[in-house]
Write a protein that binds this ligand. Sequence first.
Ligand code: PMP
Length: 377
Amino acid sequence: MNENVKSVQISGIRKFYNEVVKVKGAISLTLGQPDFNTPNCIKEEMKKAIDEDKTTYTPNAGIIQLREEISKYLKTLNINYSKEDICITVGGSEGLYSVFQSLVNPGENVLIPTPAYPAYESIVKIIGGKVFNYNLNEDFSLNIEEIKRSLDESNSKILVLSFPTNPTGAILDKEGRDKLIKLIKDREIIVITDEIYASIIYDDYYSIAQEDEILDKVIYISGFSKMFSATGLRIGYVCSKKDLMNEIMKVHQYGVSCATSIVQYGMISGLKNGLSEVEKMKQEFKNRRDFVCERLTKMGLEHTVPKGAFYVFPSIKKFNLSSYEFCRKLLNEEKVACVPGDAFGEGGEGYIRISYCYSIEELKLALDKIEDFIKRL
Ligand code: PMP
């Protein structure tokens, strides 16, 4: 067995989910996938692609029309990548994997925030890199001084950013973006920015990729799993400038050849005809966010109000239980499942992740039970 692989645990989210399925009748607020149907315009285009036998390999980087549509879409977010700078991947996950594999040398430090999506840390470890965590502010916003300190201390050349953040829902504001841009200009670093939730932001959108001058130091990862409620279609994309892209393409090519052809056709239609559906989903997520936050405030569970994605990350520190113990007890006593914060690294201990990819009715039922539970603690 490969020692690096052996050293990595299965995801804490999965591990807890495996316990949840054993509890009959449990209400689960654990899922990281939207509960809407994939827009019809995408489904119809995929069916058409099957009927027209578009089932062969596509170019490694993906079909040109899709890359053109992504380039156009990104321009509406003030991000300038041409079709040559874009590679279609098998979900954001394969994008992350190909990017880390093409960048990180064995033993090299990679700067990763904590709490964060667990895949960053595991991928880095699997490929033999070293993880150097940096902390965020109390409200999970970026602490630029902490990043500078961590860069100096770790001697790391690779910085990972993730906005909107899974599990906290934090986003990058204008001030944070501008400070980061200055930092990137000043230093010899490569920044991987995972923005897979960028289409679900309830505020203005800011990204380091909006500054053309630093794009040769930036790798932008995104995708359609969350945007089009299509997690099972496995499609995402990576954007970067030529030198980096040449290396990423090698890993991508030998790993998967290309993303699924019919899904790529579906996504062209999604970008052309499905953006109003994305807006509707976002509005519904916002209503749910407001509902969940109001209930948490009323029951005295401290939390920051998430400005993106579909998670809330309340603190449970006052109960003197670990996040795992809290979630386990909640599951056993009230049959409600939330993800223990420690599944997202050390910085997540003392919190739980509530996903609001559920109807208001389901959320109300679960929150009533959480309220009963904490009254007894
Ligand atoms: N990045 C983050 C922050 C995520 O939360 C996820 C999925 N939960 C991914 C990347 C991977 O997404 P995909 O389904 O497109 O592989």
